[in-house]
Design a protein around this ligand. Structure first.
Ligand SMILES: [Zn+2]
Length: 429
């Protein structure tokens, strides 16, 4: 603590996963979180924490819930304006809706306006950490970095790299992809809470030469996040098979060029084989589970329980807006539950909340800083108020009749959305 900085103590019903725990949640009904200068100092019972910080500013949220800031492990900010575009599967949906929307990001003013709106929406939804795709235009990543910096969000992003199978105005080349990525990385990586992510869109839109060049780039920056899509849709998998003859499977397309490693974040992974899951787990790579997107595009269902049984494999939650149908991690968890139920291995409330917080932080390799309410981590907090008047009457009615924490949190995931977020604290502010 800097001399003279007065801590803030936030009072409420504290619920958080913990780094040492597995699926269980730390549950402190009369709880408190003390923080100062953007860092959590202490978490515990209200009397104990207040006694340790006499003279602190006190922010009392009564019996509302205090949970960690949410982590969105996979989202496309340029697609926020085309969310809920109907009727197609992945590859046709990209052609018809996504690429035209992304082409508009050649205009820096447009990019800035959308980045501002998107980052405001993150805060409204309680998302304080996000791993985000920009577009092929370097200016689109610049715009998001600037807006995230202004709001002090923990954002990991990068310019999308693609040099084939997309409209001409959205293509780069192997060399320009590397040059533009390096320039952005050198400028923004490690500035405040920002990090760069090497971002090939997915194998169908990158030539072998581009993937190889990005693998070499990744080797030069061994600690940087790599994000891309993997095994989302069966037609996509067929396309990859024909574009990359001689590779063992889709995961191998990335692995053989060095893009599968710790902090490689693969969106979807719906149809991964056991071999592929093990390949990812061996290096502590991760999958961003995007259930609303998978339902919306009819892609299939990712088995969280199956993936988590693979040693080392990390799993986070992604909204995947604009194929995903909500930026709300609560709504996305409702869909994650339904996918897990359909696959016969239903997730419990503790497992679900963990996916959207500490699980996501682990998937992105930022679990030392965020994902749970623990001393030393960033003061990213969400105050949940599922019985507040801003929520739907259906949710309020259900929560009012609930008797256990599990019932209330579960109902908030199945019936709730950003309206249940009463307040978002981003790095203490
Ligand atoms: Zn995606």
């Amino acid at each position: 603590m800097t001399a003279g900085t007065r801590p803030t103590v936030v009072l409420g019903h504290v619920v958080t996963p913990t780094t040492s725990g597995t699926d269980g949640l730390l549950d402190i009904p009369s709880g408190a979180v003390a923080h100062t200068d953007g860092t959590i100092l202490d978490v515990g019972d209200v009397q104990d924490v207040l006694a340790r910080y006499p003279g602190a500013l006190v922010e009392d949220h009564g019996d509302r819930f205090i949970v960690p800031g949410f982590v969105d492990a996979h989202v496309h900010y340029p697609q926020i304006g085309m969310i809920a575009s109907p009727g197609l599967e992945l590859l046709d949906w990209l052609e018809r809706f996504t690429f035209p929307a992304e082409a508009r990001f050649a205009d820096d003013i447009h990019a800035d306006r959308v980045a501002d709106f998107f980052t405001d929406q993150l805060v409204d939804n309680g998302v304080t950490t996000a791993c985000v795709y920009a577009t092929v235009h370097p200016g689109s990543a610049e715009a998001l970095f600037r807006q995230a910096q202004r709001k002090n969000l923990r954002v990991i992003t990068g310019k999308v790299c693609m040099d084939r199978n997309a409209p001409d105005d959205l293509l780069d080349t192997p060399s320009s992809a590397v040059e533009d990525s390096v320039a952005l990385l050198e400028r923004w990586h490690g500035v405040g809470r920002l990090e760069y992510a090497i971002t090939p869109r997915f194998a169908p839109t990158s030539s072998d030469a581009q993937l190889t060049a990005l693998g070499e780039l990744a080797a030069s920056y061994p600690d940087v996040v790599v994000q891309t899509h993997l095994s989302e849709n069966t037609a996509e998998i067929e396309q990859v098979r024909s574009l990359f003859p001689g590779t063992r499977d889709y995961t191998d397309v990335y692995d053989r060029v060095g893009l599968v490693r710790r902090r490689s974040v693969f969106g979807h992974g719906v149809h991964l084989s056991d071999r592929e899951l093990r390949c990812l787990g061996q290096v502590e790579a991760s999958v961003a589970h995007c259930p609303t997107s998978n339902f919306f595009l009819g892609s299939g269902m990712f088995g969280v329980a199956r993936a988590q049984s693979v040693t080392g494999l990390r799993v986070g939650l992604g909204s995947d807006v604009g194929a995903g149908t909500s930026l709300s991690p609560l709504a996305t968890l409702g869909s994650a539950y339904q996918a897990s139920r359909m696959l016969g291995a239903p997730l419990g409330v503790g497992q679900l909340l963990r996916l959207a917080t500490l699980g996501g932080a682990e998937a992105l390799g930022v679990e030392a800083s965020v994902g749970s309410l623990e001393a030393g981590k960033d003061a990213d907090l969400v105050v949940l108020d599922p019985s507040g008047p801003q929520n739907s009457a259906m949710l309020r009615n259900r929560v009012d009749g609930a008797e256990t924490l599990e019932e209330i949190l579960f109902a908030t995931m199945v019936l709730g959305d950003e309206r249940a977020v009463a307040r978002t604290v981003v790095a203490g502010v």
